[in-house]
Design a binder for this molecule. Structure first.
Ligand SMILES: Cc1cc2nc3c(=O)[nH]c(=O)nc-3n(C[C@H](O)[C@H](O)[C@H](O)COP(=O)(O)OP(=O)(O)OC[C@H]3O[C@@H](n4cnc5c(N)ncnc54)[C@H](O)[C@@H]3O)c2cc1C
Length: 457
């Protein structure tokens, strides 16, 4: 009997083992991956539908992939699967300035859409740090967040409607183009963050905003993290609406210092970077922030113009490349109520000491969403073990503080064992029922997020 692959257009099928290996995993370290049987790169919804209909009939697992920039192993191959890359479906189909929407295929890169709409005087806010290379399909499937979510919200807040190919090949349309619409259940939201386990997203209708004003930036240095966290909570309670509010602890500042000299004061124990894009009131917002920071022992530098703003922002942007230079890292993604931010940052410091590992703690403090990042040498088994224990301890802490194990990176494989702890048995059972409803044969991204009852081990 010929392979089911022979029923698909030859130009979308690759079985070259080197290519398959190069597509076998995403950006998450320490996550297992299997060996795929094929890489499929469709160019239309009809081709995606044909792939899924065939895969369903032959019980072949399918792993959707965007740019594989994910940090949870969610796009990793499982043995014998078809990797379904959406990268060639990369057209911006429509930008409508009246209804303020864009309709895109899933393989469009976030930065490409953001620039295209900016040229037309509009703004697509969700801005994961991976915006230059991650796809909008991946952003929706992980419900990605970013720096300016503190003011504007996450990806799901901008998704008005979707076209999704279901596991059996049927094409579902969810949501709407209009500003309002409450007909039926909110299936659009259900697919946001579903990590390729419920269906394959083939078209996205996104809400846009009018262009934002050029932001102004300030940086404040503090003697320690407690004062920085107190400034965050006081600032959020004061009515100031920052368009970014990021925290860096001393270990983060130290690794940036080793990467490039940005002139951090030697005795600073923490820093905050804040932006306001509210136009003329931005200066008043930042003056109010500086007042609050000062009352907590902080010293603030306020940018006078947008080019100085961009310079100040370099401190935050340097954390990623500075971390890359140190070896492998596991990035936690816990999000806690703002009142517990200080307990999270303190607790992370204690976990680092307890497990004798370096953990930098940087993140979206205004959302309570921090990225404690455990740095380790992947060639040293003891370090790997300690890093894994510390990574888990941070999630345990996040839950104990009334937060979540993942604010934006998702569950994937990396945190699958932790999902039940967060959800509890009833919610987990409902999740499993949903998975069984959308994917009765368990072919869609098996083993990720929540295992279907029919899923293979
Ligand atoms: C340096 C760096 C910085 C990052 N910064 C951030 C950040 O600030 N905020 C943040 O949220 N994340 C961040 N990430 C993580 C990552 O970029 C996001 O999760 C991103 O949304 C993944 O998009 P992708 O196209 O790479 O998807 P992939 O990694 O390929 O896939 C991610 C998940 O989505 C599924 N998927 C992809 N496309 C589809 C589709 N069309 N239909 C159905 N399922 C699909 C996959 O099966 C998988 O489960 C960062 C990653 C890196 C490497």
């Amino acid at each position: 009997m010929s392979s089911p692959l022979a029923r698909l257009p030859a130009e979308i099928v690759t079985t070259d083992p080197d290519v398959l290996e190069s597509h076998a995993r995403d950006n998450a370290p320490l996550c297992a991956h299997g060996t795929a049987a094929a890489l499929l790169r469709p160019t239309s919804t009809a081709q995606v539908a044909a792939v899924l209909e065939l895969a369903s009939r032959h019980a072949i697992p399918v792993v959707p992939q965007g740019a594989r920039s994910g940090l949870a192993g969610a796009a990793n191959a499982v043995d014998g699967c078809w990797l379904l890359s959406l990268e060639r479906m990369n057209a911006v189909l429509e930008v409508d300035p009246v209804d303020r929407i864009a309709v895109v295929q899933p393989g469009v890169l976030n930065a490409r859409l953001s620039r295209a709409v900016a040229e037309r005087g509009m703004f697509y806010p969700p801005d994961p740090s991976s915006w230059e290379f991650s796809t909008l399909g991946g952003n929706v499937a992980t419900n990605a967040g970013g720096l300016c979510c503190v003011k504007y919200g996450v990806t799901a807040d901008f998704v008005r409607g979707l076209e999704v190919v279901l596991a059996d090949g049927r094409v579902l349309r969810t949501g709407r183009r209009t500003a309002k619409g409450v007909a039926g259940y909110d299936l659009t939201r259900l697919f946001c963050g579903s990590e390729g386990t419920l269906g394959v997203i083939t078209e996205i209708t996104l809400a846009l905003r009018p262009a934002a004003r050029e932001p102004l930036t300030a940086i404040a240095f503090f003697p320690g993290t407690a004062a920085a966290c107190a400034t965050v909570t006081a600032c959020m309670a004061s009515g100031v609406v920052p368009s970014m509010l990021e925290l860096m602890d001393r270990p983060s500042m130290d690794i940036v210092r080793g990467y490039r000299d940005l002139g951090f004061p030697p005795d600073a124990g923490a820093m905050l970077i804040v932006q306001s894009d509210s136009g003329p009131p931005a200066s008043a917002d930042l003056a109010r922030f500086a007042e609050i920071a000062q009352s907590h022992g902080g010293e603030t530098v306020v940018a006078d113009d947008p080019s100085e703003s961009r310079l100040l922002l370099e401190a935050r942007r340097s954390v990623g490349p500075a971390t890359e230079l140190l070896g492998a890292y596991l990035s936690d993604d816990v999000c806690v109520p703002l009142g517990r931010l200080v307990d999270l940052v303190d607790g992370v410091e204690k976990i680092a000491a307890e497990h004798s590992v370096l953990i930098t703690c940087t993140g979206h403090a205004g959302d309570g969403n921090m990225h404690p990042t455990v740095v380790f040498d992947p060639r040293d088994a003891t370090q790997v073990h300690r890093a894994e224990r510390a990574f888990d301890a941070v999630m345990e802490l996040g839950l104990a503080l009334g937060g979540t194990i993942t604010g934006e990176h998702g569950i994937g494989l990396l945190k699958a064992a932790w999902l039940e702890k967060e959800l509890g048995p009833v919610s987990l059972a409902v999740h499993r029922d949903m998975k069984a409803l959308f994917d009765p044969a368990g072919i869609l991204n098996p083993g990720k997020v929540v295992r279907s009852r029919a899923a293979r081990p």
